[in-house]
Ligand binder design. Structure first.
Ligand code: UT7
Length: 328
């Protein structure tokens, strides 16, 4: 039996403050009815307070994870933080998190793959476990999207929220854990979903601030079209190449960008909606946080050996699917 990487614990953290559709109605020209029908979102969480970066949420999530599994931070070999909203451009927020929790033996880095970030990080971390290089790898996915959202732009401010989740990967010889992944990217999608300034191409300046180039820019319709096609295709592809039918699948764990994208993916896979994790109504789109937050919320309903398909699509474009068997 090959050594596989298995998720052995999951934890999540969402900020207390709730931004409801009703409050958004007072901020931009929108309605609860439009947002609910077009996206499935009712409210999202927002991290408030000065100097509160993504690390604050990540530390909460990882500390909870370690407590649950009953292990010490010093046992962590590697921590990968998937995010597009790091505390700073550098150093990596993963290092800040490791320092704060006392993971003195770990190395770590940030991974930026937008909404597919958690899948990219899970697949990357699994390699270190499968090869025997590491025994305990923490994968964190989270974003403080409110830090890059223009709350006068109704096309983006209704969608995104803040939140973070984390899982622990450990080796197993049992028939559970991560079995397969398909990860894809297409940089030509950059034009439809990006943050125009703040990087080396367009450093911050008065002009970039005036032009609001530090906020998320999205051509929603184009992204929606690509998301429906690619997330559906890659989810069906991972089932087909592993001989899995809808009956074999216990849960689809989809990125939470839009309820209509989730429904289209489930339909293409032939899955009943009772097998689909959906919490977009409560949290909106937390980018790298959506999938671990779903696992966290559904943890008590999961059984050892359950087949899960994790699927995402997002900025880059990036997309992918992972097939795993739940390990506990
Ligand atoms: O997670 C990363 C990847 N991101 C995604 O997967 C997001 C993909 N895109 C989407 O989810 C959807 O495109 C949105 C939710 C962003 C927008 O929904 P849509 O059904 O594509 O709407 P639209 O942009 O085509 O706009 C339809 C109409 C327009 O009015 P007209 O031109 O038909 O009169 C918009 O101006 O709805 C209007 N509209 C709104 N109305 C009320 C756009 N945003 C709003 C709003 N409230 N917030």
């Amino acid at each position: 039996m090959p050594t596989r990487a298995a998720i052995t614990a999951v934890h999540g953290y969402v900020p207390e403050f709730r931004l409801s559709n009703e409050v958004l109605e007072t901020m931009v020209e929108t309605s609860d009815e439009w947002i609910t029908e077009r996206t499935g979102i009712k409210e999202r969480r927002i991290q408030t307070g000065r100097d509160q970066g993504i690390s604050v949420m990540a530390i909460e999530a990882v500390n909870g994870l370690l407590k649950k599994r009953g292990i010490d931070a010093e046992e962590i070999d590697l921590l990968i933080l998937a995010t597009v909203t790091p505390d700073r451009v550098f150093p990596a927020t993963a290092n800040i998190v490791c320092d704060a929790i006392g993971a003195t033996n770990a190395w770590g880095f940030d991974l930026g793959a937008a909404c597919s970030g958690f899948l990219y990080a899970l697949s990357t971390g699994a390699q270190f476990v499968e090869t025997g290089k590491h025994k305990k790898v923490v994968i964190v996915g989270g974003d403080k999207m409110s830090s890059i959202i223009d709350y006068t732009d109704r096309s983006t401010c209704i969608i995104f929220g803040d939140g973070c989740g984390a899982v622990l990967l450990e080796p197993t010889e049992e028939p559970v854990g991560i079995y397969d992944s398909i990860l894809r990217s297409d940089g030509s999608g950059c034009q439809y979903l990006n943050q125009k300034a703040g990087g080396s191409m367009r450093p911050p300046s008065e002009r970039t601030l005036e032009a609001k180039e530090h906020y998320v820019f999205q051509e929603g319709k184009a992204v929606f079209k690509h998301a429906v096609t690619n997330m559906s295709e890659v989810s069906a592809a991972i089932m087909e190449r592993n001989g899995l039918t809808a009956n074999d699948i216990a849960w689809l764990v989809p990125h939470q960008a839009n309820k209509r994208i989730i429904d289209a993916t489930a339909q293409r896979m032939g899955l009943d909606e009772s097998k689909v994790m959906v919490n977009i109504d409560k949290y909106g789109n937390t980018t790298s946080g959506t999938i671990p937050l779903c696992l966290w919320e559904w943890e008590s309903k999961l059984n050892k050996g359950d087949n899960l398909i994790l699927s995402a699509f997002g900025g880059g474009f990036t997309w992918g699917s992972i097939w795993l068997k739940w390990a506990y």
